[in-house]
Every structure is written in C-alpha cells, then in structure tokens.
Design a protein around this ligand. Structure first.
Ligand code: PLP
Length: 396
C-alpha cells in the first residue's frame, strides 16, 4: 500500500480502466447472473453500510429480511418457512446439508451406533448424501467441508435424476437427498414428487436446490411440483441474484421446520443479538434491501413477464438453430439450452477468440451451453447465431 493515498481522480481512472476490461453482459451467454434491476441497485446503495451479522443495530433492514423470507416462503407454498438471506446457492447448499448432518449426528440411532462402535473398536460409518449426478459443484465443497460422503445418482435420458438410482444409494447412514429444480448445466427439473415420497418413506431430509429455477418455475405457464407443497421437501435454496434480478450477494435458504435452523445455532456473546444461524458473520444488508425492493417492485406479474420473455427468446434461438441443423440435447424446460454441436470445446474457444462471445460447456453429455438471461435480446441472438454459423461452416 502507498504511504499516501491517490487522488479521487486517479482512483476513478484505475477503476474505469478495470471496468473497461470486464466483459459486458451483452456478449455473455454463459452466466446465471445478469444486470440487477435499477431499483435493486438504488436500494443496495442506500443500505450499503448495513450489517446483518449484527442485526440488532439494523432493525429496519432485519424487518425487510423477515418480509423477504415470508414473500419467498409464500411463493414456495410455505409462508411460515424459516431461514435467512445467504450469499447465494453455495452457502445455502452448505447450510442446508450442515443442518441435515447435525441433526443426523444428534439422532438417537446414530448415537447408539456410535456408542456400540466405541465398545467394539469399529469405526462409526460416515454419513452420506445422495445427490443427482447433475448437482452443482457446490456439493463437492459440501462433502469436503462437512465430511459427508457424496453419492451421485445417475440421470435418465431426459437428464433428470433416476429415482431407482437414488433409491439404490440410500442406506442407514444417508442423511438426506438433494433434488434440483433447474440444473446448472441443463435447466432440468428432477422428479421431486417421487423424491419427496422416498424422503418421507425413509424418514430422511430432502433439500431442493432451486438456486436458479426458484425464480423461474413459479412464473411459468406450466406448473411444476418442486417446493414445500410436497410434504417431503425439508429445505430450499433460491437465489434472488440470479433470475430474481437482485444484486450480488443475494441467496435465500428456507427450512420447513425451525428445529432445522436451530441446529445451526451459534452463540454470539459480544453482539447485540445473542445467537446466529448463519455461516458468515458480517452479512450484506444492502443485498437484503435490494431484494426487498425488486421483489416488491416487480411483483409476480413482473417476474412472469421476465420469464416469459426469456422463454420467448429461448424458443426463438432454437428455431434459428433448427435451420442450421443444430438441436438441443434435451427440450429446454427453462431458459438454459444445451446444444449438440461437434467439437464443442473448439467452437467455444473460437466463439470467444474470434467474436468475443462467452458460452460454456456441459460435461455429460458434452454440449454447448447457453443461458438466456434477461440481458439477452433478439438482436443478440441473431448476431450470435450468425457467428456460430460461420464457425460451424468452417468446420465442415
Ligand atoms: C443449481 C445451482 N445451485 C447452486 C449454485 C451456486 O450458486 P452461487 O454461485 O450463487 O453460490 C448454482 C450456480 O450457478 C446453481 O446453478
């Protein structure tokens, strides 16, 4: 650090230069984030210093958070669900599974088996979690941090998790299941009703990762069963900073029952509040205000319009690609498209190098992945398709 500070102008110049090096979303078809809504940005700035880690000092922001939880709980068919605003899907997933693991370790069955293994010198079995093979990589972090074995269930032809595979992986050390409502790579929705039935039958938890799909599915014409309406669903991750058009970092984690949240409790002796359930200490009150502002400004009608436009653009893209004999790996459920394209990796890198387009890749099956976020326009799609055509023609 310099001994004396730079001038405001010098700082502004450096920042402008750095900002100039960032890609504009107008060339990005790989991200699940987008420009936040203007009203979210204004609210974020207004609450910039608010720290939800010590919410006794920021009662107004805390009340906004409570309202958000009840709005989202209502959207997900449980207005009295409990939880908090996280930094996003990763933290929500970590905390949801941490709660499962804590409650599993406290259960009398586990305590009994731990006691008998102590007596017999056998090691107590490691808890495991059954996730779809399409689960976001945050679950690999979950496994590492929480020392939980990850059991990956295979997918069916439509890239939904196979219910039989899930069933076959469950044993007495399974702490719970994960279902995805809007998978990162394919935008697919797992058979959550069936998984909810299994969770109830086996008396285990079921966490739904709706980080992306949570602000899409409730606003689609077709209705999907993925939320607390299903009695086996015990927690949900949903991210306002993705399709919710809020600012980063805005995630929400909701639990069906208070005892799940309670299992995350830590004492906080020197704060204005005596307990915390969150993973991080200091938390952005700005993101809370932003999420409150955009959700109330748009209302369901506003999100319906946003989702409907993204889907219109998605279908427009597919029609144009059909003319080029390029087809999706699965019929898109939401605004995520995985395309069957030859030499995907090469096509991806040429799109970036020659035309400055950012797209991504799906692993299994291998495909070119596009996310049609609210910053995408018809012109953007026309221009992208023309550039993709040039590359594909040159491969022949
Ligand atoms: C389904 C799903 N879950 C979790 C995450 C992780 O979210 P974040 O990057 O906000 O932590 C993502 C990110 O794209 C996702 O698509």
């Amino acid at each position: 650090m310099n001994e004396t500070g730079l001038s405001e102008e010098e700082i502004r110049n450096i920042l402008n230069d750095s900002k100039g090096q960032d890609l504009k979303y107008e060339r990005v078809l790989s991200s699940m984030c987008t420009y936040p809504h203007k009203i979210a940005v204004q609210a974020h700035m207004q609450f910039i210093e608010s720290n939800m880690g010590d919410f006794g000092l920021f009662r107004g922001t805390y009340n906004l958070e409570k309202e958000i939880l009840s709005l989202i709980g209502d959207l997900l068919h449980k207005a009295d669900a409990v939880g908090y605003m996280t930094t996003g899907g990763t933290e929500s997933n970590i905390q949801a599974i941490r709660s499962m693991r804590n409650l599993f370790l406290q259960s009398s069955e586990y305590q009994n088996s731990a006691n008998s293994s102590k007596n017999s010198d056998n090691k107590c079995a490691r808890p495991n979690l059954v996730v779809p093979d399409s689960a976001h990589f945050s679950f690999d972090k979950v496994s590492d941090i929480l020392d939980v074995e990850l059991r990956k269930a295979s997918l069916d032809d439509e890239l939904k998790v196979s219910v039989e595979s899930v069933r076959s992986l469950i044993d007495e050390n399974t702490i719970g299941l994960v279902a995805i409502a809007g998978s990162t790579e394919f935008g697919q929705v797992d058979p959550i009703k069936e998984l909810s039935d299994i969770a109830l039958e086996k008396n285990i938890f079921l966490h739904v990762d709706a980080a992306f799909g949570g602000f899409v599915l409730p606003f689609m014409k077709k209705s999907y069963e993925f939320d607390f309406k299903l009695p086996g669903v015990t927690s949900i991750a949903i991210d306002p900073h993705k399709m919710g058009l809020s600012t980063i970092p805005s995630g929400v984690l909701l639990f069906r029952d208070f005892h799940q949240l309670e299992s995350l409790k830590a004492d906080t002796p020197y704060l204005t509040v005596s307990t915390q359930y969150t993973l991080t200490g200091t938390r952005s009150g700005a993101a809370v205000a932003a999420t409150y502002a955009v959700m109330n400004f748009l209302g369901k009608e506003g999100y319906r319009k946003t989702v409907s436009r993204c889907m219109e653009l998605t279908h427009y893209l597919l029609e144009k690609l059909k003319d080029m004999d390029v087809y999706p790996l699965i019929e898109p459920v939401m605004n995520v498209v995985a395309l069957e394209v030859p030499k995907c990796d090469l096509v991806r890198s040429r799109l970036a190098k020659e035309f400055n387009w950012q797209v991504s890749i799906t692993q299994n099956p291998h495909g070119l992945r596009l996310v049609i976020m609210p910053h995408v326009s018809f012109e953007m799609i026309d221009s992208f398709v023309a550039d993709l055509k040039k590359i594909l023609d040159s491969l022949e």
